[in-house]
Design a protein around this ligand. Structure first.
Ligand SMILES: *Cc1c(COP(=O)(O)O)cnc(C)c1O
Length: 302
């Protein structure tokens, strides 16, 4: 599988290179160059399949030959070692609980998958260069990334978080692991942290010295695995024979984008609904086609 840059000015790369780079040299996001629907036999048998087998079938075309099948299955078994309960809220309305991972954030699956892929690519220490993962967080991402990358060899993690703007538990998740995880408290907002990360990625002098990658959801190994959730939900609901609508709380729209990829792979999703908080840059863009950046504001949602 090849990945192209959405800015169309960089060459195509393999999964491995897309994961290690994070962002293309032309600053574009990497996106899979083709999407092949899964065979109907997959959808016919899905109720008899375990989560790891479902995830393997869904992700294997995106990984290609860069990780052999047996290793990819082992990575997925490790990543998906917790439950994804589907709980009835009221008749015909279900909640897919995605907070049963180690840091209680739905980002655990993506962070753990990316960490294990990078760890796999670094296994051969004679050729591998140490990678530094640089990430800005408003709370959830940093915790999931710190936990997911903890003790992964050949990978150092540096997390920037805004002082006083993450919860006490989140601050402890970021700052108490140690070893290959370094957290830096920034006197500023999340946007200031994000700007520092972006500046580091543009600093040619720095990049020559240190291999940098991002664990924000611009990384294909972070956001693509989120498509598993949609397959897991379908497996549980298929026998009811009803049309499926997903409602996805969104920030960067990584999770819902993964759901739309699942739909392209043939998962029968009728419709998506997305909710956002006051930081509504994306919905405004979809409405007006004008990408108006504005300062983010804190809300009661994490
Ligand atoms: C990260 C996060 C979101 C936003 O997810 P995106 O994939 O960026 O759209 C929404 N809600 C919670 C609780 C989150 O942690």
């Amino acid at each position: 599988m090849e990945y192209y840059s959405l800015n169309h000015k960089a060459s195509k790369v393999s999964f491995k290179e897309a994961v290690i780079r994070g962002l293309a040299p032309d600053r574009g996001l990497y996106f899979p160059s083709e999407l092949t629907a899964l065979p109907t036999s997959f959808y016919e048998n899905i109720e008899a399949m375990g989560n790891v087998s479902i995830a393997f079938e869904a992700i294997k075309q995106f990984v290609g030959d860069d990780i052999p099948e047996a290793d990819l299955k082992a990575i997925l078994a490790d990543v998906l070692s917790f439950n994804f309960p589907l709980v009835e809220v009221e008749k015909d309305v279900m909640a897919l609980e995605l907070y049963h991972g180690p840091t209680l954030a739905f980002k655990d699956v993506g962070a753990r998958f990316m960490a294990r892929c990078l760890g796999y690519f670094n296994k051969d220490k004679s050729t591998a260069e140490p990678v530094t993962v640089l990430v800005a967080t408003s709370g959830d991402t940093g915790g999931a990334v710190a936990s997911g990358f903890y003790e992964v060899e050949g990978v150092d993690v540096v997390i920037l978080y805004p002082s006083g703007k993450v919860s006490d538990i989140q601050e402890k998740q970021l700052t108490t692991l140690g070893k290959n995880i370094t957290a830096m408290e920034v006197a500023g907002t999340f946007d200031d942290c994000q700007a520092m990360v972006k500046r580091a990625f543009l600093d040619e002098d720095f990049l020559g010295k240190r291999k940098l990658t991002s664990a924000n959801s611009i990384n294909v190994a972070r956001w693509l695995p989120q498509m598993f959730y949609y397959f897991f939900a379908y497996k549980r609901l298929k026998s009811q024979g009803k049309e499926l609508v997903f409602s996805v709380p969104s920030g960067n729209y990584g999770n819902i984008c993964a759901g739309m990829i699942a739909q392209k792979l043939g998962l029968p999703i009728k419709h998506f609904v997305t909710g956002t908080n006051a930081n509504d840059i994306v919905p405004n863009y979809l409405k007006t086609c004008a990408y108006d950046l504005k300062q983010s504001v804190a809300t009661i949602s994490t």
